[in-house]
Every structure is written in structure tokens, then in C-alpha cells.
Design a protein around this ligand. Structure first.
Ligand SMILES: [Zn+2]
Length: 488
């Protein structure tokens, strides 16, 4: 009989036999029984309750090929983690004429074996859930005593021998500098540049991205509050998909870890951040106000609106602009950019470059002068053209009078044609000069009107469209090209 083997090892279960041990037992068993082992399917280092078993899925789908008649496992719990698994996958294999054989549990198709099989499966399921529960208990105990619960400690901290957090002096310095610079009024990109120039790096030796700085400035841990989200891994291993975290799921211990930032400074930064958010936030934000205007700085493609659930437990909604080239062909490595972030940064830039200038006396005077100067020039042009036109009209009138007095009209043909041509040219100049005078003032009024209306309607899209030609973004910077810059 041709058979395959399936082995699985979960790193969080210390009591399991290693893959080598499972494999050894399977090989010996097949040899004893005279089975031909054609392939080994192995899933490694996955948690006891993790649903993702790529090799297992491959084995199930290969069972259709008819190339093997049985799957040999060390123990039944390697094959099925619960009765659901057992029923579903057992049935799929059965349909393909493939049996499940356990090395350790000697089960055949007798009625006794069928009952025994379900007892074993029931026990396995209980064991797996109990293990997850015990692990969870341990994590919670760690959390209640403000101890590190695995993974990377937050930037700025190390883990001490008692698993409590201690300050990492050089990292903590970078955090303090970032807070200080934000209080001084620097934006995320400027802080990123400043940290880079000062030689601060992330743990992986990279420069701080604006997203990292954004997270850093909002992390309450730096004030000494230990926070642990119980929901991050749940008792049955199934990750919860919640938008709002239940406060009961959060273990929060004041002074649970050493503070890097004072409560005062933290509050100040939070306050400034909320204020900055509201500036852009007073506009409608359900839509992508920059769509059609925003371009990828890496490939020149359009950046398009893209929403997705992500984060540690898929509980966070990300609203972003994504490079359309990357979305379509993966031919660009530009990262998605947070919509609220880029819109409020562009708004702040627009406010500084355009809106505030529109309100200053200096600009109003400048504009008036420009209009006056331009107007003067145009008016002089207009007056002299008008004078020339009057002159031509008089000459034409003289010709008409002479002809009506009996002179031969053919004498005047060339002269008359030439005068009419000049007259037409002058009339063109005059009308375009008049138009330019009106146009100049209308343009500025129109821009000002649009801006005012957009502010009243809280229509960020209309505001951006009115004044911006293009926003080019890279991961750490952006450039705004204004339509009316030459006028302002
Ligand atoms: Zn791109």
C-alpha cells in the first residue's frame, strides 16, 4: 500500500514529540507493516490552535490524485485538533479512498474502534483548549504584575531579569527628543529628519518613519502606564474582530513601568495633536479629498483610496491612499499613506501658503497694486488703440465723403482695404485688453470665492480642487504644487 505521513509540531506545547521523533516512529511503523512511504507532509512551529496548516491542506488536496491510499500519523491529535476537523477532513479523505492510520492508537474500522476514536478526539480537543487556557492564565498573571509578556518590548525599554520593564537609556533619549520637537511645533516628517540627523535609529538600524513617530507620540506607556490587551490572543486562539475594544479586556497598571515622558508633556502632545487633527477634521472626511490630485512620488502613478481592516487583531480600520501601480501590478514598492495624515498635512500647507496669505494686508495691497499696474498698462494700451481707431475711422469717413462727392471709388480701393485691415486688428487688441482687465480680477475673486465657499460647506475636496494642481507623495515627504501660486 502506498502511504504518506503527516507530522505537526507546535512550539508552544512542550510536551509534544519533536518532528524527528514523530517521523522516526512513522518510518518504523511503515517498515513493519510493509507500506511504501511516498511523501512526508510536515507543519512546523504553529500554535496548537492555529488554523493555518499549509502542508495539511496540501495533503488533503493531494489525496484526490489517487497516488496514496492512507495517511500515517504518529497520534490522531496530529491529524485533527478537534472533532470538527476530524469530521470534515476525515470525510474528505474517505471520499478520496484514503484512510487515516495512527501509529500510537491502534484503530481499525470495527465498531469499538469507532467509539474509541471519538473518545480520543474528544480528549485531544479538551487538551488543546486547556493548554490555551493555561497559557492565557500565565499571560494574565504576567500582566497583573506588570511583567513583559513576550515579543519585542516597546521602543525605549528593555526587559529586566524579573521580566519587568527597565529604561533603555539611548532609546529613551530618542523618545524624549521626539516629544520635545513635537512640542516645539515640528511635524512628523520634520521630526523624522531631525532624529535622523541626530543619529537616532530604530532597533533595526533604520531611520524613524513618520508612522513610527506618530505611534511613539501616542503611546501612553511612555508615561509609565503598563497596558496589556487580553484580547490580543484569546482562550480558543480565534482572533476577535472588534472595532472597539472592551475596557474589560485591557489590563492597565499606573506606574507599572518606569516613565520616559512626564504626564504633563504627554498631555501637552495629545492636546496639540487633537488641535491639529481638528483643523483638517472640521471638513467632511468620508471621501478621499485628494483623489485625482495625489500622485506616487516613486512611480508617478495615481494614489487611490483604499480602506482595509488590519493591525494585530484586524481590529483597526485603515483608511489610506495606495499607489495604483502597486495595487495593479505590484510594480512599485510605495507604502500606503494614511488618508487623515496626508489630508491634514496638505491642508496645513495650503493654509500656510494660500489661505493665510489671502487674509494678510500685504497680500491684499500687493494684489491691488498688481491689478492697478496691470490695469494701468492695459488702460494705456487701450487708450492709444482707441485713438488710432478713431483716426482710422476718420480716414475711412473721408473716403466715403469723397466718393459720395463724385470721385472715382477705384482710386481708394487699396487705401480703404488697408485701413479696414488695421481697424480690425485694433478692435481685436481693444477687446482682448478689456477682457484681460476683467479676467485678472475675476480669477482672483473666483479663487477667493471657492475657498470661502469650501470653508463654509466644509468641503475639503472642493477646496483642494480649487487651488492644488498636484500633490506628490513619497514615504517621508510630500510636495504640493498650487494652481494659483504665480498669482499669490
Ligand atoms: Zn507608485
Amino acid at each position: 500500500m502506498k502511504v504518506v505521513s503527516y507530522s505537526r509540531y507546535s512550539s508552544d506545547n512542550q510536551r509534544e514529540e519533536s518532528i524527528e521523533a514523530q517521523q522516526r516512529a512513522i518510518n518504523k511503523y511503515c517498515e513493519d507493516k510493509g507500506y511504501t512511504l511516498t511523501r512526508n507532509y510536515i507543519d512546523l512551529a504553529l500554535s496548537a490552535t492555529n488554523d493555518n496548516r499549509p502542508e495539511f491542506q496540501k495533503m488533503i488536496s493531494d489525496s484526490k490524485s489517487g497516488l496514496f491510499q492512507a495517511v500515517v500519523v504518529h497520534k490522531l491529535d496530529r491529524f485533527a485538533r478537534n472533532r470538527y476537523d476530524s469530521a470534515i477532513y476525515g470525510r474528505k479523505l474517505q471520499q478520496n479512498g484514503v484512510k487515516v492510520i495512527s501509529v500510537m492508537e491502534n484503530l481499525d474500522d470495527s465498531p469499538e474502534s469507532i467509539i474509541l476514536r471519538s473518545v480520543i478526539e474528544g480528549y485531544n480537543e479538551y487538551y488543546s483548549l486547556n493548554l490555551a487556557r493555561e497559557t492565557m492564565k500565565g499571560l494574565k498573571e504576567n500582566a497583573y504584575t506588570a511583567r513583559h509578556n513576550g515579543g519585542q518590548p516597546p521602543y525605549g525599554y528593555s526587559v529586566g531579569p524579573d521580566k519587568k520593564y527597565i529604561i533603555n537609556p539611548s532609546e529613551a533619549e530618542a523618545v524624549r527628543v521626539a516629544y520635545k520637537l513635537y512640542c516645539d511645533g515640528l511635524g512628523y516628517i520634520q521630526i523624522s529628519n531631525a532624529l535622523d540627523e541626530l543619529g537616532y535609529r530604530t532597533r533595526t538600524g533604520k531611520r524613524f518613519s513618520k508612522n513610527t513617530i506618530y505611534d511613539m507620540l501616542g503611546n501612553e506607556k511612555y508615561t509609565g502606564v503598563y497596558v496589556y490587551n487580553k484580547r490580543a490572543s484569546t482562550s480558543n486562539g480565534i482572533k476577535q474582530n472588534r472595532k472597539h475594544k472592551d475596557p474589560e479586556d485591557i489590563i492597565r497598571i499606573e506606574d507599572g513601568m518606569p516613565a520616559i515622558i512626564s504626564k504633563n508633556d504627554y498631555e501637552k502632545v495629545m492636546h496639540m495633536r487633537n488641535k491639529n487633527k481638528r483643523i483638517g477634521g472640521k471638513y467632511k472626511s468620508e471621501e478621499y479629498a485628494l483623489s485625482g490630485i495625489i500622485k506616487c512620488g516613486k512611480c508617478g502613478g495615481a494614489m487611490v483610496g483604499n480602506k482595509y481592516q488590519g493591525g494585530r487583531d484586524r481590529g483597526t480600520l485603515y483608511v489610506t491612499y495606495q499607489c495604483s501601480t502597486r495595487k495593479r501590478t505590484k510594480g512599485c514598492d510605495m507604502k500606503s499613506i494614511n488618508r487623515d495624515y496626508i489630508e491634514s498635512e496638505v491642508y496645513l500647507n495650503l493654509k500656510e501658503e494660500i489661505l493665510d496669505k489671502l487674509e494678510t494686508k500685504e497680500f491684499q495691497i500687493n494684489l491691488a497694486n498688481r491689478m492697478d499696474e496691470g490695469g494701468k498698462e492695459l488702460k494705456i494700451k487701450l487708450l492709444s488703440s482707441q485713438k488710432k481707431l478713431d483716426d482710422i475711422n476718420k480716414q475711412l469717413e473721408n473716403i466715403v465723403n469723397a466718393v459720395s462727392a463724385g470721385m472715382d471709388p477705384t482710386v481708394f480701393i487699396d487705401k480703404s482695404n488697408d485701413l479696414n485691415k488695421q481697424k480690425q486688428q485694433l478692435m481685436d487688441v481693444i477687446s482682448s485688453a478689456k477682457f484681460e482687465i476683467i479676467e485678472e480680477s475675476i480669477q482672483m475673486e473666483r479663487v477667493r470665492d471657492t475657498i470661502k465657499r469650501a470653508e463654509i460647506d466644509k468641503d475639503l475636496t472642493a477646496l483642494f480642487k480649487a487651488v492644488i494642481r498636484e500633490v506628490v507623495v513619497t514615504e517621508d515627504d510630500f510636495v504640493v504644487e498650487y494652481l494659483i501660486m504665480d498669482r499669490v
